[in-house]
Ligand binder design. Structure first.
Ligand SMILES: Cc1ncc(COP(=O)(O)O)c(C=O)c1O
Length: 356
């Protein structure tokens, strides 16, 4: 796909660190590639977009983000196949969501084509950091935060947008054990749940830790008012297969509308499954688990693509599903989506961007 040239000012590093990396042994999210994208906003407009050597930056102690949390981010991945071709999966969707988040947090929007172009150029420059080994990819993290050096509570007038990338290996979670959360809340109607705002993650850490202390990996969030309706899980949307219907909580104000889920559900439609985005009650899922009609349950998100949920913890006890390997839909969706992302399966929806 052609992207507009935004005259991003590129200063390549003179010392690539890529030779120092053991690509078979990369701790997730702790290794950073050579370059980063930086663009500052002031006086009502964005300044020159730049790609520079990755490194630390200075911050003023009064920088508004540290105190009032105007911060948003995105996450996506680039893949390389054995032929050395590099692809990014649906970055325009991340660009759109980034601006939705920016709008809700009183932050300036970024032209979608610049967002996508910046990713293409950064990934192209650091393409040697992408391994073509099965499951490996380059995680891409765009983000924006407020930088006013002022401690009054008001929207900042200055911002920085950045993008860095991290090489990552296969993200194998194994089967996930989730606990239905019926006390704490991640998002409320009228709140920021649909935005990828940093604060949404901060407030979810404590309840998640309590669940982890009880042996669960993640929470299955429910609505804030009745705790009767399922919303999503940690950093994944959730999908249930009851008989031959794939069901997922309808996107709305309290759910982050994931790109992975959307893609998985489109595949499901292609393959003749019935797909429903609607309210899903805790009771419906518990009953389906008890009467054997809950055939599959999984989280969908960029990190793992698909994370099988084999145990769901309800207030009256855990329910165990059958093993992922025996499921009919999710393993096939995982394989197909991963192949599309590497340009190894037909991309009939036009999702993949080739980075030239
Ligand atoms: C809260 C939350 N829900 C869902 C998702 C899944 O979204 P995506 O498939 O776009 O990665 C994410 C990850 O970005 C998330 O942080």
């Amino acid at each position: 796909m052609l992207v507009q040239d935004h005259m991003i000012h590129i200063t390549p590093t003179s010392h690539s660190r890529v030779g120092e990396v053991d690509f078979n042994n990369i701790p997730f999210g702790r290794v950073f590639s050579d370059h980063m994208f930086v663009m500052d906003y002031k006086d009502g407009q964005w300044g020159t977009p730049k790609i520079v050597e990755f490194g630390h930056m200075n911050m003023h102690p009064a920088a508004s983000v540290i105190h009032y949390g105007q911060a948003i981010f995105e996450g996506m991945k680039a893949y390389k196949n054995d032929a050395g071709e590099v692809f990014v999966f649906r970055p325009e969707m991340n660009a759109r969501r980034f601006n939705l988040s920016a709008h809700r947090m009183c932050m300036p929007e970024v032209e979608e084509s610049l967002f996508v172009d910046a990713i293409h150029q950064l990934v192209h420059l650091d393409r040697n950091w992408i391994s073509s080994a099965p499951g490996s990819s380059l995680y891409i993290r765009p983000f924006m935060f407020s930088t006013d050096e002022y401690i009054g509570v008001k929207p900042s007038e200055t911002y920085r947008m950045m993008i860095f990338t991290c090489p990552v290996n296969a993200y194998y979670t194994g089967a996930v054990k989730v606990k239905v959360e019926t006390h704490y809340t991640r998002a409320v109607p009228g709140g920021t749940g649909f935005a990828k705002a940093a604060g949404n993650y901060a407030c979810s850490l404590y309840p998640a830790r309590l669940a982890q202390e009880k042996g669960y990996h993640q929470l299955l969030w429910t609505d804030s008012q009745e705790h009767k309706w399922i919303e999503e899980s940690g950093t994944m949307n959730v999908v249930f297969r009851i008989n031959d219907t794939l069901i997922s909580p309808a996107p709305g104000e309290t759910i982050l509308d994931g790109i992975t889920r959307h893609s998985v559900m489109e595949l499901a439609k292609d393959w003749g499954y019935k797909v429903e985005y609607r309210r899903v009650s805790v009771q419906e899922i518990r009953e389906a688990a008890d009467n054997g009609t809950l055939k599959e349950a999984f989280g969908a998100g960029t990190a793992a693509t698909i994370a099988p949920i084999e145990v769901i913890g309800f207030e009256d006890g855990d329910r165990q599903l059958t093993e992922f390997a025996t499921w009919e839909f999710a393993p096939k969706a995982l394989k197909t989506l991963d192949a599309i992302k590497k340009g190894e399966a037909p991309d009939t929806h036009g999702w993949n961007h080739r980075v030239d």
